[in-house]
Design a protein around this ligand. Sequence first.
Ligand code: SF4
Length: 225
Amino acid sequence: MQSFSEDEFRELFPLSWLSQYGYCKRRCSLLALEQIWQENEYTAAGRMQHKRVHTGRTEQRGDTIYIFEMPVFSRGLGVNGFCDCVEAHLSPSGAAIPYGKGKYTFYPVEYKHGVVRDEEEYHLQLCAQAICLEERFGVEIPVGAIFFIDAHRRDEVLLSQELREQTWKTAKEISDMVESQKTIPAAYSAKCKKCSLREACQPRIRRSAQSYSEGLWEEAIKETE
Ligand code: SF4
């Protein structure tokens, strides 16, 4: 009889949360724990551009198969979701896939809208996709890429040991956050200006309230001295 570890029954969370958490931990907690989602011009543009990619099609060009919107999951990381595009390159060192004519190595490509940016959260999401593919196909994926739709530019990302450790660490922190059901407090930063959840989050108000409370506390201590 097959036996399952506790981990195999763990609820998986969306792979995109890694990117959200990398951008701002509070933003991820508002999405994950309070189901708050608000659209702004940036998220709307991103959603529309991703819609064009997410067609679930495959294309064959020479020895490469392009698999769009490929569903993936990892029990280890505790995530599931989609890869925007996985390039499967015909290679004897790869793994067999159902619609291929041999063995293939894999090259995940994550699509992003907006200006070209070298953001860690993009790399975390890409690395998590690679880990999902590695688990499923038993192959190594040393590199992937971020494709910037507007600029039509592709930046290759080395899936280093350091990035992998950071990806595992982030996944664990998200899993712990979900288990604790504790929403992470706001910390105002430059990122808040473009954040679609700014209104719901109120990062400045919370900070002011916190400073106010701290001030009152300091006053109270002084009076007792
Ligand atoms: S407004 Fe700022 S602190 Fe609040 S969720 Fe957005 S980025 Fe995070």
